[in-house]
Write a protein that binds this ligand. Structure first.
Ligand code: CUA
Length: 314
């Protein structure tokens, strides 16, 4: 299911939830009422400018008093429109922020520069997560480093993700499909690449995805390639070229020089240590450190996978 569901609007992303439709309706009202106001004001201005253009040097503007009815209307009508927008906006916002009871809860962890997801049964996903259709889902979110923001345009909902505390958002997807997730708070070099996907599937498919072993039947090197794609790609190239961190090509088996330690050969243990505790030894040329600590985040299977994957990048 790779194609995203399509909504009726040509200007907005697909509508993946009921709330998305109500956000769009409000937005359309704003757009149309602003357009009509703009036409009335600018049109009136042009009309009167032409109608009352000075005809001769002797033209004199007559004394104009006021018009109570006109002044009342041009104040009262906009007031009514603003109140409609305010009340309508308040209702939609309230729906967006009122957390449902008995929702399916998924923990979301943001870090430079990826998203990972943890389900109640311990199943972890990275870069993509799965939810059942027509089910209230509550995301409980935190960050391991800086401020991020979790945004699903198709669901018209976003929420800041903050280190040291939890924030939440909820949605109830009513369309099957895969929808894009963005980070929408500038969080460093690779902010624009901090992406994920939400897959809305049937309940049966959801149960199956949750019960399945994530890397069933995959060889370690393929597991490594998958983990690389989800967790390492933002900062490390598969070429030797420098990115935020060192390129991976030719890294395995090579002598590594450090800013703050004796050189060592990049063997299995070195790779493992550098992933789990990356800031203990800082590679020469990268004195800032700052790589996310992956201790507790990757399974032994995933670590082995990455090591095998690195070995193939000769
Ligand atoms: Cu995370 Cu921008």
């Amino acid at each position: 299911m790779s194609s995203a569901a399509t909504g009726p609007s040509r200007f907005m992303p697909p509508q993946g939830t009921e709330i998305a439709a109500s956000v769009d309706a409000l937005y359309e009202f704003l757009l149309i009422s602003s357009f009509i106001s703009c036409v009335l004001v600018i049109g009136g201005l042009i009309y009167f400018a032409i109608k009352y253009k000075r005809q001769s040097d002797n033209d004199k503007t007559p004394y104009i008093s006021h018009n109570v009815m006109l002044e009342f209307l041009w104040s009262f009508i906009p007031f009514v429109i603003f109140m409609i927008v305010f009340v309508w906006g308040w209702i939609v916002y309230h729906d967006l922020r009122k957390m449902p009871k008995d929702a399916l809860e998924v923990t979301v962890i943001g870090q430079k520069w990826d998203w990972s997801f943890v389900y109640k049964n311990g199943r972890k996903m990275a870069g993509e997560f799965v939810v059942p259709i027509e089910q209230d889902v509550k995301l409980i979110m935190t960050s391991r480093d800086v401020l991020h923001s979790f945004f699903i345009p198709a669901f018209r909902t976003k929420q800041d993700v903050i280190p040291g505390r939890y924030s939440a958002l909820w949605f109830r997807a009513n369309k099957l499909g895969t929808f894009q997730v963005f980070c929408t708070e500038y969080c460093g070099d690779k902010h624009s690449g901090m992406l994920a996907k939400v897959k809305v599937v049937s309940r049966a498919e959801y149960e199956e995805a949750l019960a399945s072993e994530p890397y069933k039947g995959l060889a370690p090197v393929d597991i490594g390639a998958a983990v690389y794609k989800a967790r390492c790609l933002q900062c490390h190239n598969v070429t030797a070229e420098k990115n935020v961190g060192p390129g991976f090509k030719g890294l395995f088996g090579k002598q590594r020089e450090f800013e703050n330690a004796e050189p060592v050969v990049a063997d299995e243990n070195y790779i493992r240590d550098s992933i789990l505790n990356p800031n203990a030894r800082l590679v020469k040329g990268y004195p800032g450190g700052g790589m996310t600590v992956f201790a507790g985040q990757l399974s032994e299977e995933e670590l082995m996978g990455i090591i095998e994957f690195l070995k193939t990048l000769k």
